[in-house]
Design a binder for this molecule. Structure first.
Ligand code: ADP
Ligand code: GLC
Length: 496
C-alpha cells in the first residue's frame, strides 16, 4: 500500500513552457491546461510553473508577487508571481499558476522558443535553465513558498534540467517525473552551459547530462527523473528503438521498467461541436447533417469551390518534417485530380510554407492554404472538413485525430504512435462491430497515403458507411478522466 493513498494528499508542481489559453504552439499547450485540471478534479493539488512571456503576463489580471531574486547564479534579476488561469471555455480555469517574470529573458516579441524569423533564441539555455532551476527551488527547502510539492512533473526538454538540479540538491529528495511529448527536441547546448547554469561538472558524464560531447536538457531529465511518461503506449515502445529513439534509445531501453505510456485526453468542454463558438453551426451526433453548414462556411472562408458533395480534407499543424508534409506535397497533385478538396492551416518551416502556397496557386478552388496560427479557424476546419489528414512521420500522441473523431470528421492517419492507439481503421469487420472511426495507412510512402485518400473518397460516397463512421467517432470517450486516473496512480505508486 502506498504511504500516501489519496489524491487529496498529492501536491504536484507541473512545469511547462506553454499552456492554453495563455500561450500555445502545439499540443503541449492543450495538455498543460487540461491534464492538471483533470487531476485537480480528482482531488490532487496541481499547480503550474511557466515563464512570463508577454502574452502570459498580459492575460493574468490578478497576480501576487511572492519572491524576488536579484542575483541567482548567472540569471538576470527576476520576480515570481502567483495567479490563476483565466476563465475560459475549457476545463482549466482557476488552476493555480506560478510565473517567472524575468524581462530580459522572456519579454520579447516572437514565439516562446524562436524569434519572428523562426530561429531559436540564442539564450534558450538560460531561458529554460531558469525555468528548470525555479522548478527545483520550489520543490526544495529553499522555496519562498509554504506550499511544497511531493511530485515534480516536468514536460519536455524545457524543464529537463529540473531532475538534475534536484539530484544534486543536498536537502530532502522529492519525486520527479519526466513527461516526453516529443523526443525530437532535446535542448542540446555546449558543455560550458553546465557550469553557467550552476550544475557541477561531475554531471558532464555519459551517465548524466553529457550527450555526444554537448549537454542535453532532455537527456538530463530522462536520466535523473524517477519515472518517465510518454503520451501514448505505442510511443513508449517506439522511443526505445533506433528508428524513433533519436540517439536516446539505449538510455531509454535501459530504463524501460521506469517508462509508462499514457494516452493524452482532450478538453471535451473546449472541443465540443454542440457548443463550440468557433463553428458556423453547432451540431451533435443526433444532428450530424447540420455539420454541412460548417463545410460551406469553410469552403467560403478558404476560397474553395462551394460544393456540398465533394469530399473535403482538412489539415492543421506545425509545418515540419515530423508532420509528413513532404509526403503530402508529393501526393497533392494527385489529390487535386480526384473529386476532392484540401484545406490546410499551419506554419513553420519557410520552405514548406512556400511550397504549400504554390500548390494553392496551381489548384485554385481545390487546394487552399492559410499560413499562420489561427485558433478559430482550426476549430472550423475540424467542424467543416469531411476528413482530417495526419500523415505524420511520427506522432507521440497527436490531438487533432481525437478532435476530428469528436467532430464527426473521420481522420486519415499514418499508423504510428498515438495515432495508432486512437484511430480504428475502417474495415468490414470494424464497421460491423461498430469500432471503425477513421483510416490508417501503414507505409510512409506516397502510394500508401494516396491509396488511403482514395479509400476515404470511396467510403464518403457511401452515405450509410460514412454516417456510421462519423457516429462511431463522435461517441468515443476521449475525455481526460481515465488518463488522469492513470497519472494519479503512477504518482501514488512513486510515493509509496
Ligand atoms: P503537436 O503538439 O506535435 O504540434 P498535436 O496534435 O498534439 O501536435 O497538437 C497540435 C495542437 O496545436 C492542436 O490543438 C492544433 O489544433 C494546434 N495547432 C497546430 N497548428 C495550428 C495552427 N496553425 N493554428 C491553430 N492551431 C494549431
Ligand atoms: C507533442 C507531440 C504530439 C503530442 C503533444 C502533446 O508536441 O508532437 O504528438 O500530442 O506533444 O502531448
Amino acid at each position: 500500500m502506498p504511504s500516501i493513498a489519496l489524491s487529496k494528499d498529492l501536491s504536484v508542481l507541473y512545469i511547462t513552457s506553454e499552456v492554453h489559453p495563455l500561450i500555445k504552439t502545439g499540443g503541449l499547450g492543450d495538455v498543460s491546461a487540461a491534464l492538471p485540471a483533470a487531476l485537480r478534479a480528482l482531488g490532487a493539488d496541481v499547480r503550474l510553473l511557466i515563464p512570463g512571456y508577454p502574452k502570459v503576463l498580459a492575460s493574468l489580471r490578478y497576480k501576487r508577487k511572492f519572491a524576488e531574486f536579484p542575483n541567482l547564479l548567472n540569471f538576470p534579476p527576476f520576480v515570481l508571481w502567483s495567479a490563476k488561469l483565466p476563465k475560459g471555455k475549457g476545463i482549466s480555469k482557476g488552476t493555480p499558476i506560478f510565473v517567472i517574470d524575468c524581462p530580459s529573458l522572456y519579454q520579447r516579441s516572437g514565439g516562446p522558443y524562436t524569434n519572428t524569423n523562426g530561429k531559436d533564441w540564442p539564450d534558450n539555455a538560460l531561458r529554460f535553465g531558469l525555468l528548470s532551476k525555479i522548478g527545483a527551488i520550489l520543490a526544495s527547502d529553499d522555496s519562498p513558498l509554504a506550499w511544497r510539492p511531493n511530485i515534480v512533473h516536468c514536460n519536455d526538454w524545457q524543464s529537463g534540467l529540473t531532475p538534475a538540479y534536484m539530484y544534486f540538491y543536498q536537502g530532502k529528495k522529492i519525486v520527479s517525473l519526466m513527461a516526453v511529448h516529443n523526443l525530437a527536441f532535446q535542448g542540446v547546448f555546449p558543455p560550458s552551459t553546465l557550469t553557467q547554469l550552476g550544475l557541477p561538472s561531475t554531471g558532464f558524464h555519459i551517465n548524466g547530462i553529457e550527450y555526444y560531447g554537448n549537454i542535453s536538457f532532455l537527456k538530463a531529465g530522462l536520466f535523473y527523473s524517477d519515472h518517465i511518461i510518454t503520451v501514448s503506449p505505442t510511443y513508449a515502445k517506439e522511443i526505445q528503438t533506433i528508428t524513433l529513439g533519436f540517439g536516446l534509445q539505449g538510455l531509454l531501453a535501459g530504463r524501460s521498467d521506469h517508462i509508462s505510456g499514457i494516452i493524452n485526453g482532450i478538453d471535451i468542454a473546449e472541443w465540443d461541436p454542440a457548443t463550440d463558438p468557433c463553428l458556423a453551426q453547432n451540431y451533435s451526433v443526433k444532428k450530424i447533417t447540420a455539420k454541412g453548414i460548417n463545410k460551406r462556411a469553410l469552403q467560403q472562408i478558404m476560397g474553395l469551390a462551394v460544393d456540398p458533395d465533394i469530399p473535403l480534407f482538412g489539415m492543421v499543424s506545425r509545418h515540419t518534417y515530423q508532420k509528413g508534409y513532404d509526403l503530402l506535397l508529393q501526393v497533392a497533385p494527385f489529390l487535386a485530380r480526384l473529386p476532392a478538396q484540401l484545406a490546410v492551416l499551419g506554419s513553420g518551416e519557410g520552405s514548406i510554407d512556400r511550397e504549400l502556397v504554390a500548390l494553392e496557386k496551381k489548384y485554385p478552388g481545390k487546394i487552399a492554404v492559410k499560413i499562420g496560427f489561427d485558433e478559430t479557424l482550426s476549430h472550423l476546419i475540424e467542424g467543416g472538413a469531411d476528413s482530417f489528414l495526419m500523415p505524420s512521420r511520427f506522432e507521440p500522441c497527436g490531438l487533432n485525430q481525437m478532435y476530428s473523431q469528436r467532430y464527426g470528421t473521420p481522420p486519415l492517419v499514418h499508423a504510428t504512435g498515438g495515432l495508432l492507439d486512437t484511430v480504428v481503421d475502417c474495415t468490414p469487420t470494424t464497421l460491423a462491430d461498430g469500432s471503425a472511426s477513421g483510416f490508417l495507412f501503414y507505409e510512409m510512402a506516397p502510394g500508401s497515403l494516396l491509396s488511403g485518400i482514395q479509400r476515404v473518397v470511396d467510403a464518403y460516397r457511401n452515405k450509410t458507411t460514412w454516417r456510421q463512421l462519423q457516429r462511431n467517432g463522435m461517441k468515443k470517450d476521449f475525455s481526460w478522466h481515465s488518463s488522469a486516473m492513470a497519472y494519479r496512480d503512477i504518482y501514488l505508486s512513486l510515493l509509496s
